[in-house]
Unconditional design. Sequence first.
Length: 369
Amino acid sequence: FPDLPPFPENVPTAPLLRIDLAKLLAHDAEEEERCWEACCDLGFFYLDLRAPAPSEQAIDGEALLRDADSLFTVMKSFFSLSVAEKLKYDFAAQGSYFGYKGYGAGFIDKAGTRDQNEFYNISKDDILSISPPLPSPAVLNPHRALYAAYIHRCHAICTLLTSLLTSRLPLTPPAFAAGGLTALHPLSSASGDQIRFVKALPQAADQARVALGEHTDFGSVTVLFNRLGGLQVRLPSSISPVPPSVEPMAAAERALCADGWTYVRPLPGHAVVNLGDALVKFSGGRLRSNVHRVVGPPGQQGKETRYSLVYFCRPGDEVRLRSLVESVGEGDEDGEGATAKEWILRRALQRRKVDGWEKSGGTEGQSMR
């Protein structure tokens, strides 16, 4: 990322495996095993999109990278609008998590600490005409074809991953016969799938501030593009961070790396992929939806405005989050479970309320097993 300060070498980083998309598409057995291990051990991995995919496959990683570059430009045009204009598209009062969330409009802990970012959510159902269109700002409307292309490519990654996981999990015969995990995420059905644009302002170097509080993701698969550091995962005790190659670490960053927290280094040409709560539920706790958060970027990167681009792949709205494996595991504590829509609405909207933190939890308790 030549237009940005380099990621510093004096902070610990998460040892995410690098998984090659082209090898997964070619059903390379070793790469599939490494991907399976990443999903069970940490629930986060890098997906290398640079190599050309087999010609007969639908996922073009290089095209996805180009889409992401274009969407970084689009999001900046939106965030440059006035606050008053952006607030016209905050639909939380209408019970929706799509649209705009303003800077400080969410809470990051039970003490009521306000978040340090703003974001805008674009509904997959809106873009693909599965639901009626939502009001949206004029600056975003010309790019619907780009959103659709990005949705199709990211959702194809979700399909590829859920197909791999279906082949490895001991699903019940009825669940397997019904199409396994992949069948629960049809692109053509109503769901909470969305594109998210995120912006976080620079923070003072001496302040150890959390921009987005610790959480697990609400759905199944998250595809993330970012260019600055700031994403942190909380490593379980069985996994050690990659130590810094130089010293010393700034005091604020040292404080942010206590209790197992460590930075995820952004890699050009890669997406960061992680699993969400739904896959913990479906797998009876075998898969991991790891706790993570966003803090100020480390080092000189902290002087920059941080933008992120996300795609959240989630089960169909009416799918119940319950174990689908042959023996019940710790992911099935809810019995029949909430529907995916109920789960996402509770988690998303409670974090917009000053007293909603404790009601907004997901599978955080299982994440640190």
